[in-house]
Ligand binder design. Structure first.
Ligand code: SF4
Length: 231
């Protein structure tokens, strides 16, 4: 595929994902608030956990401890009681320590830069980038295993790592896809697309990318080898 074709495919991908999302956006309270602390809490809760499970926990946690000051004063067992149902034992500790760090080191405000966000316990590159994107409107890529799945399938990217979400080149690829000024919208669309269409077991029959997806084209060829060889 030539450079022009590649660029064309990328813009088709972006356009179709955004179009699809117009009618398929999922509503969650952390998407409707502009409070960076609520968004940070949501991102920590969403680590390795589906949004539907996070929803009731987020609502309780956010209404009981809506600010870093309030959460920093909570007891560990109180936080564990609220978030324990989601698993990941350390999550309650991360939430509590992050709130304390924000109060002690950042004057009670969620940092708006990568270096400082990465100083918060339990916050890695994905969570920090998601907070910068969704809370501070930055055009930054966010690549977890779900978004990595879409990109590697559609573009047949040659990622050697067993955990493609950690591959630097995939982050760079995702960064180039973001339409200027639309980071939050585009990343939300990718998250929803991975949750509803390009799941582990993909729903290709409902997918608006079917004709440009390398994975789907390859699967079709494997299912119809004779027909395809005759062409
Ligand atoms: S065609 Fe299938 S594999 Fe490709 S992006 Fe759509 S759902 Fe995913």
């Amino acid at each position: 595929m030539g450079v022009a074709e590649k660029l064309n495919k990328r813009s088709t991908f972006v356009e179709r994902i955004l179009n699809w999302h117009r009618n398929n956006r999922r509503n969650f309270p952390w998407r409707e608030t502009s409070d960076p602390f609520a968004k940070l809490i949501a991102e920590i809760l969403l680590q390795k956990t589906p949004a539907e499970r996070v929803l009731p926990v987020f609502i309780k946690l956010n209404s009981k401890f809506p600010t870093p000051h309030e959460l920093s004063k909570a007891g560990l067992s109180e936080v564990e009681d609220l978030v324990g149902a989601l698993g990941l034992k350390k999550r309650a500790i991360y939430l509590l320590k992050s709130a304390k760090t924000i109060v002690d080191k950042f004057n009670g405000k969620v940092p708006d830069n990568l270096n400082d966000l990465l100083k918060l316990p339990g916050v890695g590159l994905y969570t920090a980038s998601a907070v910068l994107c969704f809370a501070f409107n930055r055009d930054l890529p966010i690549v977890d295993s779900n978004i990595a799945r879409i990109l590697t399938r559609v573009f047949a990217l040659n990622i050697s790592s067993k955990r493609p979400q950690l591959d630097k080149s995939l982050w760079e690829f995702a960064a180039k896809l973001i339409p200027k000024g639309m980071g939050p919208r585009f990343n939300e669309a990718l998250i929803d697309f991975a949750a509803l269409i390009c799941k582990s077991k993909p729903r290709c029959f409902k997918c608006p990318l079917l004709d440009i997806c390398e994975y789907a084209l390859k699967t079709k060829k494997q299912k119809n080898p004779i027909k395809n060889n005759e062409k």
